[in-house]
Design a protein around this ligand. Structure first.
Ligand code: HEC
Ligand code: HEC
Length: 436
């Protein structure tokens, strides 16, 4: 009897949290906190088997040079960094991104992108290397082409040397009859997968169709290499621990860190995030994202045209993409290494669904949502609070309920989201006993 009573006394404070106190975390909450932040070390990166140079340092250095290289776009004004600028949290601070033209989408950060399988809001790329090929040939992004990029690398001494270190000499591209300055195939059309009606009038497409199959393949092998170097660089863009991570580490060590690291408001925000707010249903794991696709039901004015169908379009494009993990340019094309491609499905519930973004460093990448409609976090949270209107495409996921947050709730959630910035906090604030 005595033993039972003692056990009861010990268990009680854990089972019944008091919301305001730093020790007031239930067992469930403590478990979730540790799952969001298992360690002060960055989580290990998932392997990128389809890219043999994913973890090669020379490839990362080459990728860095290419990422910032404006001459890869024919107007010499646009590089990857135009829209993924370190100054704006590796995004661009704009609602809709602007390259050669204005895009329909908000630029996600590339920080920590290496943790996710699916790239783009609709997940139409299954690796970072194949993702990197698409902005090159998009008319509104860089308006370039695979042959143009390789010609530019060949013409630039520094890039050519950096390339050689990783992939050996570039092939000789000087015969412009064989390797036109601008040539690339049209994007496969999901409505016409065999391209029977694919008679493009674009001279760059026509130049491609005149190349021999062997020359096309040679260009494709090296275009894939270009993407693989960029991926090696992006795998280095991982953030260090945030204030929230120091807080979680403090709990692991049995010591709460002070309010100056993780304020009471942030603590209340975290509680809401894991509890009533239900954010944790989709924003979970060390990257605060399930890496999957949901329709949160962003409303649009009547008569507006949908941008696209979301995830179903992404799946249809990815299946036809010759640079997917199963394709001949992948370094690990077996089904075993590409099980993610087996389990892609869409139905009426995935129309209008977009990828759950990571919330790490989210305070640096306003505006928000796939179309950049929310200028700041307050607007984003007011949307979750009220869930107004109906989406143009598909339907809002039924698990989402309007939660009528108070202004205090919103302030607290924002404090928590602000605590997810991966900057190293000053040493004087780190003077706590932190268990790794
Ligand atoms: C003109 C602006 C622009 C340029 C240039 C650009 N991007 Fe992007 N990037 C975007 C936008 C907008 C999206 C989201 C588009 C979508 O999902 O359809 C995106 C998506 C991405 C993603 C996916 C991130 C995620 O979480 O899904 C990565 C990675 C990325 N870009 C890397 C690059 C690289 C590498 C380059 C250069 C080869 C590049 N971008 C060039 C605007 C740009
Ligand atoms: C049903 C899954 C789901 C739930 C629950 C959910 N989110 Fe999201 N969240 C998403 C998806 C998907 C997007 C992107 C939607 C889009 O742009 O179409 C998103 C976008 C966001 C963004 C914008 C990030 C950016 O970079 O643009 C923030 C911030 C955010 N959510 C925070 C929260 C918070 C806080 C909660 C709880 C109140 C929450 N989410 C609940 C799935 C969810």
């Amino acid at each position: 009897m005595f033993v039972v009573k003692l056990a009861f006394c010990v268990a009680l404070p854990i089972a019944q949290p008091t919301p305001q106190s730093p020790d007031g975390w239930s067992e469930r909450e403590l478990k979730i906190i540790q799952s969001l932040s298992p360690s002060l070390q960055a989580a290990p990166l998932p392997a990128s088997k389809s890219n043999r140079v994913a973890d090669n340092d020379d490839a990362a250095e080459l990728g860095r040079l290419l990422f910032f290289e404006k001459s890869l776009s024919p107007n010499s004004k646009v590089s990857c960094a135009t829209c993924h600028d370190p100054k704006f949290g590796w995004s661009d601070g704009k609602a809709l991104s602007e390259g050669v033209g204005i895009m329909d989408f908000n630029a996600p950060t590339v920080l920590n992108a290496a943790y996710t399988q699916w790239q783009f809001w609709d997940g139409r790329a299954d690796s970072l290397w194949s993702q990197a090929l698409q902005p090159i040939e998009s008319a509104i992004e860089m308006n370039s082409s695979r042959t143009y990029v390789l010609h530019q690398i060949a013409a630039n001494e520094k890039l050519r040397q950096a390339w050689k270190l990783v992939f050996g000499d570039l092939p000789d591209l000087t015969d412009l009859a064989r390797f036109p300055i601008h040539a690339f195939p049209p994007k496969p059309n999901p409505e016409d997968p065999f391209g029977v009606n694919n008679q493009s009038s674009d001279p760059r497409h026509q130049a491609w169709s005149r190349m021999t199959a062997a020359d096309q393949e040679l260009i494709n092998v090296h275009f894939a290499n270009f993407g693989k170097a960029i991926e090696a660089f992006e795998r280095k863009l991982i953030t260090g621990p945030s204030k929230f991570d120091f807080f979680a580490a403090g709990l692991r060590g049995g010591k709460a860190v002070g309010d100056e690291v993780f304020s009471e408001s942030a603590q209340r925000g975290l509680k809401l995030f894991m509890g009533k707010g239900q954010c944790i249903n989709c924003h979970f794991g060390p990257n605060l994202s399930d890496g999957e696709f949901h329709n949160i039901g962003l409303p649009s004015p009547e008569g507006a045209e949908p941008i696209d169908q979301g995830r179903p379009d992404g799946i249809r494009e990815l299946r036809l993409n010759q640079f997917n993990g199963r394709g001949k340019f992948s370094d690990a094309p077996s089904w075993d290494d590409n099980q993610h491609l087996l389990y892609m499905f869409y139905n009426e519930h995935t129309y209008g669904a977009y990828k759950t973004p990571s919330l790490r460093n989210v305070s640096r990448t306003a505006p928000y949502a796939h179309d950049g409609r929310f200028a700041d976090l307050k607007q984003m949270l007011e949307f979750y609070s009220n869930l107004p209107g109906e989406p143009l495409v598909g339907h809002r996921e039924e698990t989402l309920l309007p939660l009528s947050f108070s202004q205090q709730n919103i302030t607290d959630l924002i404090s928590f989201l602000n605590s997810l910035e991966g900057e190293r906090i000053p040493a004087r604030l780190r003077a706590v006993n932190i268990a790794q």
